[in-house]
Write a protein that binds this ligand. Structure first.
Ligand SMILES: Nc1ncnc2c1ncn2[C@@H]1O[C@H](COP(=O)(O)OP(=O)(O)OP(=O)(O)O)[C@@H](O)[C@H]1O
Length: 269
C-alpha cells in the first residue's frame, strides 16, 4: 500500500553540521499492517514519520502510495503535508497537540469532521451533535455529556483519547503514532492503548507506532521494525513476532551489530 524506496534524509547538507538521519530506508507497508517501531535515540524513527507525513522532504528516494486495490501507485514524496493530512493521521506524545484547548469539544469535532470537505458548510445541527455523542460514547469517559466544554478542561488522558477518536473518525489510510501514550500516567496509557487496538481492529487501520517500551513493541501489532543509525536493522513479521521475547530481540540486535549490551535500555535509551 505504501512503498518506500531508498529513502534518505540529510540535515544541513554540505555544512559542518551535516547530519544523516536516514541512510537508505526500504519498506513496504501493507494495508492492515500494525507495525511497532523501536530504536535508540537518534535512530531516525521520527524523521521517517516526518518524511511519511510530509513534514520534511527527504533528500533522496521515493514514497509511493496505492490507496485502492485497483488504482495506480501515486508518488507522494513531495506532496505537501496539509494534503497528506487528509489521509495520513499522526498523533504525538504531547496530549495537548491534537486538540484546540480554547475551543469546545463540539467545535473540535466539527473541524475534524469537516476535514476533506473543503468549502462545504456543514452546520452543527442536532443530528451532528447526536453523531458526535455516539462516537464519544465509545471512549467510555463520559465526554458525550460535555460537548459544550472547552477541551482545555479535560485531562491529558481524555485529550489523547479524544485526539485518537478524532483522527480515526476520518479512517486514515495510514495512522502514525509517535509514542502517543508515553506522556500519560500508566492507567490512562493503558486506556488509550486499548482504544488504539480496538479502533485498529474494528476499522482495519494501517498503523505505525513508535515506542520506547520494548514490551509494548512485542505485545502489540503484527510486525516490528527496529531502526538504528538511519537504517532498518530488523523487520519481523507476525509469525516470528508472536514468539519474540525482550531477550531474543536484544540478542538479535547484538548479533547484527556485533556489540554486547547489558540490557534493553541500552538499545532503546
Ligand atoms: N530538524 C532537524 N534538523 C537537524 N537534525 C535533525 C532534525 N530532526 C532530527 N535530526 C537529527 O536526525 C537524527 C535522527 O533523529 P530522530 O528524531 O529521527 O530520531 P528518533 O529515532 O526519533 O529519536 P528519539 O527516540 O530520540 O526521538 C538525530 O541525529 C537528530 O538529531
Amino acid at each position: 500500500m505504501i512503498r518506500i524506496t531508498d529513502l534518505g534524509m540529510v540535515f544541513a547538507q554540505g555544512t559542518p553540521d551535516e547530519n544523516t538521519a536516514l541512510e537508505s530506508i526500504n519498506l513496504e507497508i501493507n494495508r492492515g499492517d500494525f507495525i511497532t517501531v523501536i530504536g535508540s535515540n537518534g535512530a531516525g524513527k521520527s524523521t521517517l514519520f516526518n518524511a511519511l507525513s510530509g513534514t520534511y522532504t527527504p533528500t533522496r528516494g521515493t514514497i509511493l502510495l496505492k490507496n485502492e486495490e485497483a488504482g495506480p501507485e501515486r508518488d507522494i514524496t513531495r506532496e505537501p503535508e496539509f494534503i497528506r493530512a487528509r489521509y495520513i493521521g499522526r498523533i504525538f506524545q504531547n496530549p495537548l497537540l491534537g486538540t484546540a484547548g480554547k475551543m469546545t469539544l463540539a467545535d473540535n469535532m466539527m473541524i475534524c469532521h469537516k476535514k476533506g470537505y473543503k468549502g462545504l458548510r456543514i452546520s452543527l445541527n442536532t443530528a451532528m451533535r447526536e453523531y458526535f455523542r455516539e462516537q464519544l460514547r465509545i471512549l467510555g469517559m463520559g465526554l458525550e455529556d460535555r460537548l459544550n466544554d472547552n477541551v482545555e478542561l479535560f485531562s491529558g488522558g481524555q485529550r489523547q483519547a479524544l485526539t485518537l477518536l478524532m483522527t480515526v473518525m476520518s479512517r486514515p489510510a495510514l495512522l502514525l503514532l509517535d509514542e502517543h501514550t508515553a506522556a500519560l500516567d500508566p492507567r490512562n496509557a493503558e486506556i488509550v492503548m486499548d482504544l488504539t487496538m480496538r479502533f485498529a481492529a474494528e476499522y482495519g487501520l494501517t498503523v505505525m507506532m513508535i515506542t520506547h517500551n520494548m514490551g509494548h513493541a512485542i505485545a502489540y501489532g503484527s510486525r516490528l521494525i527496529m531502526m538504528d543509525e538511519g537504517r532498518i536493522l530488523l523487520d519481523i513479521g507476525a509469525g516470528e513476532k508472536s514468539r519474540l521475547t525482550t531477550e531474543s530481540l536484544v540478542q538479535r540486535f547484538r548479533d547484527i551489530k556485533k556489540v554486547s549490551l547489558q540490557n534493553d535500555e541500552m538499545l532503546l535509551g
